[in-house]
Design a protein around this ligand. Structure first.
Ligand SMILES: Nc1nc2c(ncn2[C@@H]2O[C@H](COP(=O)(O)OP(=O)(O)OP(=O)(O)O)[C@@H](O)[C@H]2O)c(=O)[nH]1
Ligand SMILES: [Mg+2]
Length: 460
């Protein structure tokens, strides 16, 4: 095997800031860092896991680059289990870029996204579920998502899967003994007890985890709230108001928003994915049509539609046509522009939009916005009380694999009930075990790994 190369990357966001950390990992990490680093005093030793003050020089031009703190961490007690060097530099985009260029000139290679964590995984420091916990932690959008990620990171899922694997191996061992001693099969396996063990020790756990995925999903992925309405009713204004920033362009010209705009809005700790859409109407403009196609696909995925109308104008065919399109999906009717004289009376509204929740507001003055936020939070919590949010929540990849494992185990259970031969039942158990290997990363195909680690940023 070729020894791994030494990788380098900026591990903090680039830009102006207090500190920018450059990380090196690999067998030559220390040697390369030493070419640039001069400790102060010169004779100061570079002990492992100790912070040392010094200067970085360009070894060719002798030019001083920065005053830094450097930490050498000797393998294997490091993030990647390789030799690691971290250099705390001043964070200026230019100086950091220059230092990295010199590190690369001196023999390092620029790290791929997630490559440090990939190495931690390949070198056996963390399993795949923990690596995924790292990504989740970085990308968490709510407190709950953060807690869930921290649990993955601590290896809780990995441990649960370990327990499951042990239970399945014990059940498989019984089948294998029965295969080896066919005459004594009946004494070796008590089908009812075997099935009970399968249900209690394996199926129950998988069911719980799969359910946890569904329950934890809104906190991980966000709840989609889609603002729809004909052009110019104030959709983008509402988005901006809710976000408290001028995120979307607002103009008196109908058809201003042409693409969907999506931002996360936290209400009572719940991440809502607030989506502003292109106003739906008939338009010959190709760009607008493409935007409206996007709007329709967002409508189809929405958990709640906020159907906006302009209360200062009479309801027209365009409002009603659009309402026809969305009225079978979960929706509320929002009456905007309450700061202007009303052109609509309650009786008409009741006739046009029967039996729906109606709220009045002004995206211009902010009137009614607190009520809207409050109602949205309450709407979500009514169906998803916070106490039921599970602490350990698998991600989609993990859940999908667990479903496959569960399917194989359900089949095994049926076969055991029908007294099918132990060989056939064993095949199902082995399949389930194989899936669990893929789950924790022991037998995960290369392309799946690549997909997972490509979601990381460079330097992680
Ligand atoms: N008086 C008043 N004007 C509003 C209110 N909300 C929006 N407007 C105005 O209505 C016009 C259209 O607002 P937008 O937010 O761009 O409307 P939109 O629905 O996003 O429009 P499109 O993107 O073109 O579909 C702008 O001139 C806004 O300033 C409101 O509550 N009161
Ligand atoms: Mg708009």
């Amino acid at each position: 095997m070729v020894p791994p190369d030494t990788i380098a990357a900026l591990s903090t966001p680039s830009g102006e800031g207090g500190i920018g950390i450059i990380r090196l990992s690999g067998p030559r990490a220390l040697a390369i860092a030493r070419l640039l680093f001069v400790p102060r005093p010169r004779s100061a030793p570079l002990e492992s896991h100790r912070l040392v003050l010094g200067e970085l020089h360009d070894p060719r031009s002798r030019e001083v680059l920065d005053e830094v703190l450097l930490t050498y961490m000797q393998a294997p007690r490091t993030y990647t289990r390789e030799d690691v060097v971290e250099i705390n530099c001043h964070s200026g985009p230019l100086v950091l870029k220059k230092i990295i260029e010199i590190l690369i000139r001196e023999g390092a290679r620029l790290a791929d996204p997630g490559e440090f964590t990939l190495r931690a995984f390949l070198n056996g420091r963390i399993d795949l579920t923990r690596a995924e916990g790292v990504i989740d932690l970085i990308q968490a959008r709510s407190d709950q998502a953060l807690t869930q990620a921290a649990r993955l990171l601590q290896g809780e899922l990995f441990e649960k899967i370990g327990i499951l694997q042990e239970a399945l191996l014990a059940l498989l061992a019984q089948l294998e003994t029965a295969i080896d001693f066919p005459e004594e099969e009946l004494e070796i396996i008590d089908p009812a007890a075997w099935i009970r063990a399968l249900e209690d020790q394996a199926l129950g756990l998988l069911d719980d985890l799969i359910r946890a995925y569904e329950e934890g999903r809104p906190y991980r992925e966000g709840v989609s709230l889609v603002i729809v309405g004909k052009p110019n009713v104030g959709k983008s204004s509402l988005l901006n108001r809710l976000l408290r920033e001028e995120r979307a362009l607002v103009t008196p010209v109908p058809g201003t928003t042409r693409d969907t705009i999506e931002e996360t809005l936290l209400i009572r700790g719940i991440p809502f994915r607030l989506i502003d859409t292109a106003g739906l109407h008939s338009s010959p403009d190709e760009v607008e049509q493409a935007g409206m196609a996007r709007t329709r696909s967002k409508i189809a995925d929405a958990q709640l539609l906020l159907f906006l109308i302009d209360r200062s104008q009479p309801v027209d065919d365009r409002d009603l046509g659009l309402y026809e399109e969305i009225k079978d999906r979960p929706h509320w009717v929002l009456l905007n522009k309450t700061d202007l004289p009303a052109a609509l009376v309650e009786k008409d509204l009741g006739a046009f939009f029967p039996e729906t929740i109606r709220l009045s507001l002004s995206a211009r003055t902010g009137e009614g916005l607190d009520t809207l936020r409050e109602r949205i939070g309450a709407w979500f919590l009514r169906d998803h009380p916070r106490e039921t949010v599970p602490a350990l929540v698998p991600n989609l990849r993990q859940k999908t694999i667990m479903e496959k494992a569960r399917a194989a185990l359900l089949e095994a259970r049926e076969e055991m009930k029908r007294n099918v031969s132990p060989e056939l039942i064993a095949v199902n158990l082995q399949q389930a075990l194989e899936q669990l290997g893929v789950l924790v990363g022991r037998t995960t195909p290369e392309d799946v790994l690549e997909e997972i680690f490509s979601r990381f940023c460079i330097g992680k």
